[in-house]
Design a protein around this ligand. Structure first.
Ligand code: ATP
Length: 266
């Protein structure tokens, strides 16, 4: 169990409550235990990386933490607000970029982000000006009028990110935000996220790219087989090694290339 995480959250939320507090979160799909009692504290104002091998339970954990997938067990609070008993209040505080969720892709990019803002109860004028800012910042201004169904994978990721940012949430939860995104756009997104954290926001990103997490995040949790193996500041978790080496050490599973001898061409 990560340092400082008790078995239960305090009955009354503390004023300095973490941006996200997760206790005993668990989910099973049939026989498969996807998430096995996860505890996490994401401090307010942190840039928090969630890393783990394929199938580790990252998406399932984030889906339960953001109110998209009902947990079998466990508690989730966002800035002290219980996600599963007070979903409307909790969801106002969050911007979420889910992995692989269908968008309303018969809308244009501009319409989709505007729709996200209007759904959040924002007035049309503010929505229009923020949509223009976001499309420009994410290099989508020239494709504002293109249907999302005709966007590339990276453009789709960016328009979904714009939809998560439009209401200026206190907590951003981004599942694989850089997947399929070109390096220039990725650098722009990193700048946007760093500015957001510098102004008091909290970001949680899941990623497979250790180098990116080491450079970008100040905190990290390593998840494997539905369990948190290590959590804390990036410095604490990597413990003098690179995050990638530490990850391989914690998770194991390096396979021997001899196993595919038939793949050798000479
Ligand atoms: N809807 C589902 N039905 C059945 N099994 C599921 C479902 N969603 C996830 N799983 C299983 O739960 C486990 C965790 O999956 P999850 O998508 O959370 O992993 P992940 O860490 O996000 O993986 P990746 O890095 O590959 O995206 C996997 O074994 C997966 O097969």
């Amino acid at each position: 169990m990560p340092e400082g995480t008790g078995p239960e959250l305090p009955e009354h939320p503390q004023p300095e409550a973490p941006a996200l507090a997760v206790r005993g979160l668990a989910k099973r799909f049939g026989e498969k235990v996807a998430v096995n009692g996860v505890n996490l504290d994401v401090p307010a104002g942190s840039f928090y990386g969630l890393v783990g091998p394929n199938g580790a339970g990252k998406t399932t954990t984030l889906s339960m933490a953001t109110g998209l997938l009902r947990p079998d067990y466990g508690q989730v609070r966002v800035h002290g607000t219980e996600v599963w008993t007070h979903p409307l209040e909790a969801k106002k505080l969050m911007g979420v970029l889910p992995d692989g969720v269908r968008l309303f892709d018969r809308l244009t990019g501009e319409q989709l982000v505007s729709y996200a803002g209007l759904l959040r109860g924002m007035d049309r004028e503010t929505v229009a000006s923020r949509v223009a800012d976001l499309l420009r910042a994410l290099d989508l201004a020239n494709d504002a009028g293109t249907l999302v169904v005709d966007y590339s994978a990276g453009m789709t990721k960016k328009i979904a990110l714009a939809s998560a940012l439009i209401h200026a949430p206190k907590l951003l939860v981004l599942d694989e935000p850089f997947e399929a995104v070109d390096p220039v756009s990725a650098a722009n997104i990193r700048d946007i996220l760093h500015d957001y954290v510098a102004s008091g926001g909290t970001v949680i990103v899941s990623s497979h790219v250790m180098d990116l997490v080491q450079r970008m995040c100040d905190h990290v949790a390593v998840i494997a087989n539905g369990n948190v193996l290590a959590a804390g500041t990036v410095e604490e978790v990597r413990d003098g090694a690179s995050l990638e080496d530490r990850f391989v050490q914690l998770v194991g599973g390096r396979s021997q290339s001899e196993g595919l001898s038939w793949l050798r061409t000479s």
